[in-house]
Design a protein around this ligand. Structure first.
Ligand code: SAM
Length: 292
């Protein structure tokens, strides 16, 4: 359940264009070439996206003409995102002259002369994946800005088992351990260190540091047996024009580190700099594509 102090639907909407400019072009190139070549086959592409939020990755793929005939299954635990996604897809279909139909609860269809896309929206957590799908059920696994929230050592092999042989996975925007602020402040190092430690406390019983997911994930994929694993940086460079997004990051740090001595002084400088539009933040992420 989302428990944020800000409007999460708005946050994901604003995040879409920030992610667009941050995605690693080389990794995206491998991913899109794979999709273009797979689309030449006549059979329906079966896709699973874990943690789709309000559906912006589906829009991104549609806008890049990378989906044609597919059954796109979403696993998303947050109830309010389903309504937001439905409204976005209706709007998208309308804008691009496509037909949009609700076939049944959570099963939507977008079509025109070239598109035949079924979106099946399942309100569930990734830990239900084994109960919901058999092994080798999908041609493509996707997850964007989510894998660092999952217990990778226990769940990753279960997720990858759902992929058919020669299937592909694209896991993008995985945090990779670095948060920097400009202009510099004496407490920056301590604050970012504690913020990363807070992330790393997500799975106390696992030997796993979520804050280093972006670096560790390609190693996991190779260990599992994936081939042609490519990865690269997709850092967020936030500054002028990104005020709402930066404010949400400051609010997240405020919540995570509540009570830490010096936090209030640091935050009050940062919120002031945000108002003056002189605050910039750089956050390291990595994208990863692999073939099974
Ligand atoms: C940072 S948001 C990213 C959403 C979307 N992929 C995007 O980039 O706009 C993280 C998403 O992961 C979902 N999520 C968190 N834990 C999850 C889990 N265990 N299984 C499936 N989804 C999860 C959240 O509900 C949220 O939609």
């Amino acid at each position: 359940m989302v428990n944020e102090t800000f409007d999460y639907v708005k946050y994901l909407d604003v995040k879409k264009s920030i992610d667009d400019r941050s995605l690693n072009e080389v990794v995206w190139g491998h991913f899109s070439n794979w999709l273009l070549s797979r689309n030449k086959q006549d059979s329906t592409l079966r896709v699973l996206e874990i943690g789709a939020g309000i559906g912006t990755m589906i829009e991104r793929l549609l806008e890049a003409s990378l989906l044609q005939k597919c059954h796109y299954i979403v696993l998303e635990p947050e109830t309010m995102f389903k309504e937001a996604a439905l409204s976005r897809f209706k709007g998208w279909a309308n804008k691009y002259g496509c037909t949009f139909k609700i076939n049944s609860e959570g099963l939507w269809h977008i079509s025109n002369n070239e598109l035949d896309i079924f979106i099946e929206w399942i309100e569930a957590d990734a830990n239900k994946i084994d109960q919901l799908f058999g092994d080798k059920s999908f041609d493509l696994l996707l997850s964007h800005a989510v894998i660092d929230l999952l217990p990778v050592p226990t769940i990753m092999s279960i997720i990858l088992d759902k992929l058919k042989a020669r299937g592909a996975c694209y896991f993008s925007l995985n945090f990779s351990g670095n948060t920097e602020f400009y202009p510099a402040h004496d407490s920056d190092h301590k604050i970012s260190e504690l913020y990363h430690l807070d992330m790393d406390s997500r799975f106390p019983n696992l030997d796993w540091q979520p804050s280093l997911t972006g670096i560790a994930l390609p190693i996991w994929l190779k260990k599992y047996g994936c081939e042609q694993v490519v990865d690269g940086e997709s850092n967020w460079e936030l500054g002028e024009g990104d005020s709402l997004f930066i404010k949400n990051i400051l609010d997240t740090i405020k919540k995570a580190l509540a009570g830490f001595p010096g936090l209030e002084t640091w935050l009050s400088s940062r919120y002031k700099e945000l108002d003056q539009e002189i605050l910039a933040i750089s956050i390291s992420n990595r994208d990863c594509f692999g073939l099974k």
